[in-house]
Design a protein around this ligand. Structure first.
Ligand SMILES: [Zn+2]
Length: 293
C-alpha cells in the first residue's frame, strides 16, 4: 500500500518544496511530487508543517543503538544500521575509526555480506584512518595511528571492493602513493586528522584527494608566524574549489556562523552534512567502543 506524506516542507536538491508530497511504496521512496492531491487508496500522513527530508545518506557514522562498526560483527552492524534507519537515514556508509588490519578485514567481510542482500541500505565502507597525523588524533585511538603502509593498504584495496572511501593526512610520508592507489581502486581519498599546509593539500589534491573529513574539526585554521599569516588546512581546502567537504552540522562541532560560511563558499553541491555519530546515538546506553569517550 502506498503512503503519501502531505503538508510538509520537503527538502529537494533544488531547495524547499511547499505544497508537494512524498510517496512511499513499501520501504522505498517512490517519488517526490509537487502536488499534494491525494492518491486514491494511499494512506495519508499529515506532516503538519514539519520538515520532510526524503532520504538521508549517512556517509560518516561510527555506530548507533549502542553498537560500533569497529566491533566488526554482523550483529553490531545490523543494530547500528537499524538505529539510523529508524531516524531517517535511507542509505549508509559505515565508518571505521583507526583500526588494526584484522579489525578492518572483519568489518569488510561483514560489510560485503550485508551489501549483497537485496535492497541493502549499505552502500560501502568508509575507513577513517589509521594513516593520520598523531598531533591531530582527536578521538582516534593514538596507538593505532601511523603513516601509510603499502603492505597493508594494497591487499585490503585489492580484496575488498566494499571500501569506498579512505581518509588520510596528506603531509605524511608515502601519501601520494596511498592516494593514487585509492583512486586506482575507485576509492574516494579524503583529507582528515591533519596538519596539512597549503602545499600538502595541493599535493594531496594533485594525487587525487577530493574531499575533506569533518571540515574544521581535527585540522588547523589560519595562524600567524611572526607578522605573517599562514593559511591553515581549512583555508587551503576553500582555495581548491573542486574539493568537497562534510560538516558535523550539529551547531557545536561547527558553529552556525561557520556553517553559513561553508555554505556560501562551497555551496550545496560541494557540502555534505554528517552525524559522525558514535554507538551512543539513538541509544540510552551511553556506551562507546573507546572507553576514553
Ligand atoms: Zn568520524
Amino acid at each position: 500500500m502506498l503512503k503519501q506524506i502531505i503538508n510538509g516542507r520537503i527538502l529537494t536538491p533544488e531547495g524547499w518544496l511547499e505544497g508537494g508530497s512524498v510517496i512511499i511504496d513499501g520501504n522505498k521512496i517512490k517519488a517526490v511530487s509537487n502536488s499534494d492531491l491525494h492518491i486514491v487508496d494511499a494512506e495519508i500522513i499529515d506532516a503538519k508543517g514539519c520538515y520532510v527530508v526524503p532520504g538521508g545518506i549517512e556517509m560518516h557514522v561510527h555506530g548507533g543503538g549502542g553498537r560500533d562498526f569497529m566491533e566488526g560483527s554482523e550483529e553490531a552492524f545490523r543494530v547500528a544500521i537499524k538505529a539510523h534507519m529508524k531516524h531517517g537515514t535511507t542509505a549508509i556508509f559505515p565508518t571505521l575509526s583507526s583500526s588494526t588490519v584484522p579489525m578492518i578485514e572483519a568489518a569488510c567481510e561483514t560489510c560485503e555480506k550485508l551489501m549483497a542482500e537485496e535492497n541493502s541500505p549499505v552502500l560501502g565502507l568508509h575507513l577513517e584512518g589509521p594513516y593520520f597525523n598523531p598531533k591531530q588524533a582527536g578521538a582516534q585511538i593514538p596507538e593505532w595511528i601511523k603513516p601509510p603502509v603499502a603492505e597493508e593498504y594494497e591487499p585490503l584495496l585489492d580484496k575488498y571492493p566494499c571500501i569506498k572511501r579512505w581518509d588520510e593526512a596528506p603531509e605524511l610520508p608515502g601519501s601520494a602513493e596511498f592516494i593514487k592507489s585509492c583512486r586506482k581502486h575507485g576509492v574516494v581519498a579524503a583529507i582528515g586528522h591533519t596538519r596539512a599546509t597549503y602545499e600538502d593539500v595541493v599535493a594531496g589534491h594533485d594525487a587525487g584527494m577530493s574531499h575533506a573529513t569533518h571540515f574544521y574539526n581535527a585540522m588547523p585554521v589560519v595562524y600567524k608566524e611572526h607578522e605573517f599569516k599562514v593559511p591553515g588546512t581549512v583555508e587551503s581546502i576553500y582555495a581548491l574549489s573542486d574539493m568537497s567537504v562534510e560538516v558535523i552540522a550539529d551547531g557545536i562541532h561547527v558553529p552556525p556562523v561557520m556553517l553559513r560560511v561553508v555554505y556560501q563558499i562551497k555551496g550545496v553541491e560541494k557540502t555534505a552534512l554528517i552525524t559522525d555519530s558514535l554507538a551512543c546515538a539513538a541509544s540510552d546506553e551511553g556506551v562507546a567502543f573507546d572507553p576514553r569517550v
